[in-house]
Design a protein. Sequence first.
Length: 310
Amino acid sequence: MTTETAPTEGVQKTTSARSLARARKRRSLARFWRSYRAHRSGLWGLGLLILIALIAVCAPLLVGSDAQSVTNAPGGPLEGPSGEFPLGTDQFGRSVLALLVYGARISLTVGLLAAFLCVAIGTVIGIVAGHFRGWYSTVLMRITDWFLVMPTLVLAIALATVMDRSMWTVIIAIGVTTWPTTARLVRAQTLAVESRPYIERARALGGGHGHVMTRHVLPNVMPLVLAQTTMIISSAILTEATLAFLGLSDPTVTSWGGMLQDAREAGAVSAGDWWYLAPPGIAIAVVALSFTLCGRAVESVLNPKLGVRS
């Protein structure tokens, strides 16, 4: 009886602990959402992002699967806005509205993946530099300082120039040049976390470097990383648009920056074809503003001392 009861009690305790952990996470998410809803600007930004993401996902259903084809263009070159083409056509006769919808896919994908790469690099370097003292931290911080003082756009252009022209090249170029700010912030937060008493208790109980960094430091810096990510995405989208406008992105895909580059090459600036220039520029500004509003709201929720309510 005793032998059979012991494993059963152990399983029940494990299940109970997991249930309590899931319940705490649900309560934390509920508190976060209640606080986030108090920020009207953050809700507007989140609503716009959800709408744009849905449009990008449903692009083939909304504008057709062959909207980017040059050979099957439905209109004439550089036609003005009309009932058939609400935003006019490009130099090949393709609908600018359809290109704008498809461009959201590439711009959002590049922005999200580049921001993820940037935050991943910055978080790892920041935690390692904050946890390990001595020459480890010195070397990592000097490398970080070198990247920090170098112009980010110049480094991204240099990387995009020497690598193949593709979407992944732009993602890597943005990710590996924009991580220093995140690394600095995470290192400062790591130093603050590791000065707390429970870190000393974890070490006294035999917790190694990996245990302390992954089980104690990382969960405490994640709120800062989350807020930083939302702010970086808007910067990554702007950088992608700049690289595409300079002709350093994949010419076979449609992005908002690439549309601006095509409009410039087609002479839309001198001809005054505003319907070709304005929509991608406005789309870039709206998405960047939306991510910025979400980032400010998240930062205010995670750091109530800011006291931002807008």
